[in-house]
Design a protein around this ligand. Sequence first.
Ligand code: SP5
Ligand code: ZN
Length: 341
Amino acid sequence: MRVILNPKHAEHAPPGEVEGGAVIPSYEAPGRFDAIRSALEAAGGFTFEEPPKPSEESVAAVHHAAYITYLREASTEAKKARDPAAKQLWPTVFPFGPNPQATGPRALRGQFCFDTYTPILPGTFAAALGGANAATRAADLVAEGNARSVYVLTRPPGHHAEADRCGGYCYFNNAAVAAERLSKRGAVAVLDVDVHHGNGTQHIFYSRADVFTVSIHGDPATLYPFFSGFAAETGTDAGAGFNLNLPLPSGTGAKEYRLALAAALEAIRKVKPAFLVLSFGADTHESDPIGGFKLPTKFFAEMGASVRELNFPTVIIQEGGYNLTTLGACVTELLKAFSAE
Ligand code: SP5
Ligand code: ZN
């Protein structure tokens, strides 16, 4: 299987995140990428390549111009800063009403973000763009029939990023970039199996019928992102009926997950898409430090086989997964099953 790498991922390395008023090491760290790459190399059967030179075109197809510009300029500002504190831009205050006068740096930092987990650092723009470019390359290979399925190895992840806001460690929505690209050639389904609701992908395609978004995730009543991912969110306008959320309780294991996955796959079959984008998070694993689900490593092989059975040309995008000792095995199990003859 061809693996498209984000060559710039390490330029974004958050120094920590805030947990109950204390700063703890960031879960979303460069070591995630290395753990996956090493596991795939050890398993064999994977070839690694980088995307062609950076372009913002495919990002502009899903994100607002003002947001892209903000992220670029804020990253540059962090790069130029001499004061160490000014090299990390953390949002603290979020809009509580529209105010055209609120254009200062602290206001903008909150305006283009929805949580406090998502800092802008000197390399954030480059790293986010590298991921989007890798997703673009993968989508083009699949759209043109040059590959049946392609895996995008990237971080930071993307599925929480909305059209004009970052959040949940995500800046550019790589899955949405790929889906948008593929949608020029035919209908697309996005299946999001990260343990967290893919609010960004839902948001970007919420009023469209040509991209069917499906997410299986921890119940937002108790799991991040808390404000979306409920079953009643089904799409709007032309997109009514083209968003499916399958929330599951904390502690969900293979038995219950299997049923939700079958329901998701059945719904996707009915829509008859030409292409599939799989937003793959391994944070459903039983050992994940922030997920709360109980899937064993071997279930990822089953997941890969089930999704593969749909038999659609597929772009697989790496989202979350935070246990560095099991992450590589989860991805390998999924991809091996997916690429088996
Ligand atoms: C892409 C992705 O998986 N984003 C996840 C964003 C989750 N952010 C919230 C993390 C909260 C961690 N605190 C949990 C403490 C459990 N001991
Ligand atoms: Zn996640």
